[in-house]
Write a protein that binds this ligand. Sequence first.
Ligand SMILES: [Zn+2]
Length: 279
Amino acid sequence: MQVTFYGVRGSIPTPGKDFVRYGGNTACVHVALQDGTDIVLDAGTGIRQLGNQLIGKSSPVHLLLTHNHWDHIQGFPFFAPIYQPEREIIITPGQTSLPEHDQILRQMQGSVFPVPSSALKSNITFNVLPDTTESWQLGDAMLSRLPMNHPGKGSAYSITADGAKVVYMTDNELYPPYKKDTDFLSFVEFARDADLIIHDAQYMLSDMPGKSGWGHSVAEEAVKLAMACNAKSVALYSHDPERTDDDIDAVVAHCQTYIEAAESSVNLLASAEGLQLSL
Ligand SMILES: [Zn+2]
């Protein structure tokens, strides 16, 4: 299994010289399986570059959406495979509180975008699973999902294949002030023994309580989750748009002190555009 980051930024893209090393595109991660299956996590602006890679193939694209906030769907109209005739695009929507499964297509209509979704030549279908569905098979992979704590809700995903497990949890507030959909121990169970957890770390404890309830986690708690579930690696994700490259370096250094204090062996990194991990 190969995991490649195409967009790591939360909320809004951040071009500019202070954001070059970690990247400014919004949420998108590509998971390539050994059997050739392409799984795409979220369709933020990072998906444009991924599309330029995938257009060289003709096999189906499996897009898993956490939710429909703009920074998770905005890149879809610029994802080249959707313009390929007969290309199979299978979209699994997130478990959002409003049942708007095709919202990603409805951003391509009216005065909002010049090409209506009805003009797309690809074969786009929605894999709308019953709310009770927790796990399902895709090629050689076993997929699982879990509701997240976020305004409007959403889904976390786990992908187990090729002898590895990757868990993708964004946007997720581990300790929200509102009623939780999932508690910390359930997240621990979901991500147990993962080779890699990609978790929302948009804020830090020092940002609180001002941003409590905004639907994102603090980096320190994302690291605690990784340690609690015995993960091999944790990638801090959904970087705050105000956080420069140097700021992110400081977040990692700060969180590393938690790992050392706990005498944990978890490998800590900050998600970065172009970073590729083989699991
Ligand atoms: Zn969101």
